[in-house]
Design a protein around this ligand. Structure first.
Ligand code: DGL
Length: 281
């Protein structure tokens, strides 16, 4: 049996990727994890492709310099716009969150429309719909096609939700109103499932369910990505050897104290071992 004891690198534009980190930790308890949150340059969701690619490359190189065996771009915006560029450049396998989330949506959909919500950059890139249509074509090829003739992917940018979560407005009336404003037109298209295509949205899952109805199937790309990472490590003999609790290291590019304080909200527990890295600024 082959093993690989190097850590897994996970990065995000800021704190949001901790929702993905949490899922990876849940299903890979023995793996050593290194997280980088680009808190100095967040948000990525309203930036250009060139800038997002440059930031993502700098961070991936940093993580690789720490000896990681794979890099997970937990950020939906980076995954939408920088993944191909990263895969061309970097020496370790690079994972994104779009493909696992999109594939799960096609799998669970009853054949009705699929809705995706995310940052402006993610939605503009159409990264989710690209993978969804590719997957549907695969189904067509092997006879498993189930989608209605007028099937469509409904993509909706919800840019205000990130700052609301960052400010801790998790259960306020104003947050409910904004969710209603964004999701009401989406519900009118009668989606069969809804993809949370942004790291911050799982934190608002209960409010989102209140808006779209409790029986809506919600796809959390972070959960699907964690499963895909586990599967890849198993298949390639890259899991850590032994059953000792995995270590955790966190790096941020600004405001370590704020990261610790808000990060607890994402992770649901205290965050230790955080260091500042300002080499990119
Ligand atoms: N992490 C980003 C994402 O998942 C949201 C925050 C940002 O705009 O940077 O798209």
């Amino acid at each position: 049996m082959k093993y690989n004891n190097s850590p897994i690198g996970i990065f995000d534009s800021g704190l949001g990727g901790l929702t993905v980190f949490k899922e990876v930790r849940k299903i890979l308890p023995y793996e050593d994890l290194i997280y980088f949150g680009d808190t100095a340059r967040v948000p990525y969701g309203n930036k250009s492709k060139e800038t997002i690619l440059r930031y993502s490359m700098e961070i991936s190189k940093f993580l690789i310099s720490k000896g990681v065996k794979i890099v997970v771009a937990a950020c939906n915006t980076s995954s939408s716009l920088a993944l191909d560029g990263l895969r061309k450049e970097e020496s370790v396998p690079i994972f994104g969150v779009i493909e696992p989330g999109a594939k799960k949506a096609v799998e669970v959909s009853s054949g009705g429309n699929i809705a995706v919500i995310g940052t402006s950059a993610t939605i503009k890139s159409r990264a989710y719909s690209r993978v969804i249509y590719e997957e549907i074509n695969v189904l067509k090829g092997n006879g498993g096609y189930k989608f209605k003739n007028d099937f469509k992917v409904i993509e909706k940018a919800c840019p205000l939700l990130v700052p609301f979560v960052e400010e801790g407005f998790l259960n306020e009336e104003i947050t409910k109103k904004i969710i209603n404003y964004y999701l009401n037109p989406v519900i009118c298209e009668k989606p069969s499932c809804l993809v949370l295509g942004c790291t911050h949205y799982p934190i608002l899952k209960d409010l989102i369910l209140e808006e779209v109805g409790q029986d809506m199937q919600i796809i959390d790309s972070g959960i699907e990505t964690a499963k895909a990472v586990k599967c890849f490590l198993e298949k390639n003999g890259m899991l850590k050897d032994g059953a000792t609790k995995g270590s955790e290291l966190f790096f941020v590019s600004d405001d370590l104290e704020k990261f610790k304080e808000l990060g607890e909200r994402f992770l649901g527990r205290k965050i230790e071992n955080v260091s500042i890295v300002n080499q990119f600024l």
